[in-house]
Design a protein around this ligand. Structure first.
Ligand SMILES: CC(C)(COP(=O)(O)OP(=O)(O)OC[C@H]1O[C@@H](n2cnc3c(N)ncnc32)[C@H](O)[C@@H]1OP(=O)(O)O)[C@@H](O)C(=O)NCCC(=O)NCCS
Length: 187
């Protein structure tokens, strides 16, 4: 009988650090958001691949908000761990911090969730090991991921319904409350 493999959260936990150089910055010496997202994606990939034991792809990213800017010279630290596993999918939670290495002050820059899917040699989704939750934080993160998954599905269904019902001519009144104007003769 095939046995389900389980791996602890700690097995695939990753802490990644990188010093931010001027080649990744804008004209105001702040690091581009895209540079940080690319780093986060790589770290999520490493974390998910460790848990899955096979290569993974990024299926979706749940909301990346940057709370504070990252400056040139900051040491960026990304903490990643598998928060949730489905069948072939895993949710990797990422927390990003930036440290000013002259003063030692640390700021929280982002928290986001990457859904990664494990693939087999033929490129098909592949079942990943179950997750051993080692702390109450692991339990909370797993449950939060279940709630996000549920909310995402519900809001997708509601959004698709709204879009299917949308009639732009009947909804024109709504635009009057927005900061736009129609720049052509619509009649
Ligand atoms: C993500 C991908 C592997 C899903 O493949 P699929 O054939 O649709 O597979 P399935 O429908 O069986 O889904 C497999 C798992 O992925 C999850 N999944 C698929 N699309 C998803 C999405 N947009 N967001 C979150 N999870 C998703 C499913 O819920 C399922 O989870 P489970 O196995 O834990 O229940 C496929 O769409 C793909 O390869 N996309 C491109 C990924 C990529 O190249 N990323 C890099 C960007 S360039």
């Amino acid at each position: 009988m095939a046995q389900t493999i389980y791996k602890p959260v700690s097995y695939s936990r990753i802490v990644f650090t990188e010093l931010m150089f001027p080649n990744n910055a804008n004209f105001e010496n702040k690091i581009h958001g895209g540079v940080l997202i690319a780093l986060m994606d790589k770290v999520a990939l490493a974390c998910a691949t460790k848990h899955a034991g096979s290569y993974c792809v990024t299926a979706s990213v749940d909301q990346v908000d940057f709370f504070r800017p990252v400056e040139v010279g900051d040491l960026v630290r990304l903490y990643a761990s598998v928060n949730y596993v489905g069948n072939a999918s895993m949710v990797v939670g990422l927390r990003g911090e930036a440290e000013n290495i002259k003063t030692g002050s640390v700021k929280h820059i982002t928290t986001s969730y990457f859904t990664m899917v494990a693939k087999d040699e033929r490129g098909r989704p592949k079942q990943v090991p179950g997750l051993i939750l080692e702390t109450t934080t692991d339990i909370r993160r797993f449950m939060e991921a279940m709630i996000r998954k549920d909310f995402k599905l519900q809001s997708k269904v509601r959004y698709e319904q709204k879009v299917a019902e949308l009639n732009i001519f009947e909804s024109l009144e709504q635009l009057k409350r927005e900061r736009c104007e129609i720049g052509f003769d619509i009649d």
